[in-house]
Design a protein around this ligand. Structure first.
Ligand code: ADP
Ligand code: SF4
Ligand code: MG
Length: 274
């Protein structure tokens, strides 16, 4: 099973990249789960053609009790991808990071992995805040690999640096490691060079280079991915290429591939004194 977390600054293109990658895995015949871990709760929109999906935290607020089945908090999207959104707290009240932890424990209680038996699980995670809660997707057997999405912009690289440091902090406990950088272009000056320097200084590699293209907006307006709309185009091929390399690595045992068929591990609280 491939378990991958995609981190990056807000607005950098994490959900766009994650949903295109999910679609590419699905078109390769893989069983995919995509879990949006961002209070924006819009990770899976491009897989669901505009269908609304109740975020888990909204469900808990509205009904004041845990859902009893996965159907209440999931939806099937393009390529039969199982879509889940953690959502966020009421603005100004509560903590989104803690919400991620309780959502994951709930998914474990509902036996998500045993029931779905996925080939690929993708976590789409906000990376502006890298505290105990937002690090949940890289702890306790959740994601094993991290992809960091960045452009050549200063703030995107700053967030990427923080995410890399956070992953390194947890790595010695046998948690996730950084698989590489996805350059999602904003067309700033010397963009490739800037991101290459950033990657080299940290011993990382650029695993995909996605152009800035209006086709992403056109697809988003229809609630679809480019992979679905134009599977033979040059942009879709970049996502198929990345998906194929990840599958080949997994098959060759280069990714650790430790399956957890009996579920994820239980997550402790984030340890925040707040
Ligand atoms: P995030 O999930 O990181 O907050 P999104 O994936 O929602 O960011 O992307 C933010 C906006 O940028 C969306 O409107 C999306 O269509 C657009 N976008 C993302 N990547 C590209 C790209 N390579 N070219 C053009 N627009 C893009
Ligand atoms: Fe929330 Fe603090 Fe925990 Fe982060 S460390 S998840 S901000 S309570
Ligand atoms: Mg997003």
């Amino acid at each position: 099973m491939i378990k991958l977390a995609i981190y990056g600054k807000g607005g950098i293109g994490k959900s766009t990249v994650t949903s295109n990658l999910s679609a590419a895995f699905a078109m390769r015949g893989k069983k995919v789960i995509q879990i949006g871990c961002d209070p924006k709760a819009d990770s899976t929109g491009n897989l669901l053609a505009g269908k609304s999906l109740m975020p888990v935290m909204n469900y808990l607020r509205e009904y004041d009790e845990d859902p009893t089945s996965l159907e209440e908090i999931t939806a099937r999207g393009f390529g039969n991808v199982l879509c889940i959104e953690t959502g966020g707290p009421t603005p100004g009240l509560g903590c989104a990071g803690r919400g991620i932890i309780s959502t994951f424990n709930l998914l474990d209680d509902l036996r998500l992995l045993e029931r779905e038996k996925p080939d690929v699980v993708l976590f789409d995670v906000l990376g502006d805040v890298v505290c105990g809660g937002f690090a949940a997707p890289i702890r306790e057997g959740y994601a094993e690999k991290v992809l960091i999405v960045t452009s050549g912009e200063k703030m995107a690289l700053y967030a990427a640096g923080n995410i890399n440091s956070a992953v390194l902090n947890f790595e010695d406990r046998g948690y996730a490691s950084v698989e590489g950088i996805i350059l999602n272009r904003r067309n700033v000056e010397l963009e490739r060079e800037k991101v290459e320097t950033f990657a080299r200084e940290r011993g990382l590699r650029i695993v995909a280079d996605i152009p800035r293209d209006r086709a992403f907006q056109t697809a988003e307006d229809q609630g679809r991915t480019i992979v679905e709309l134009d599977p033979d185009g040059t942009i879709a091929l970049k996502f198929f290429d990345l998906a194929d390399r990840l599958l080949a690595e997994e098959a060759g045992g280069m990714m650790s591939g430790t399956d957890t068929p009996h579920g994820f591990g239980k997550l402790e609280d984030c340890g925040c004194p707040m």
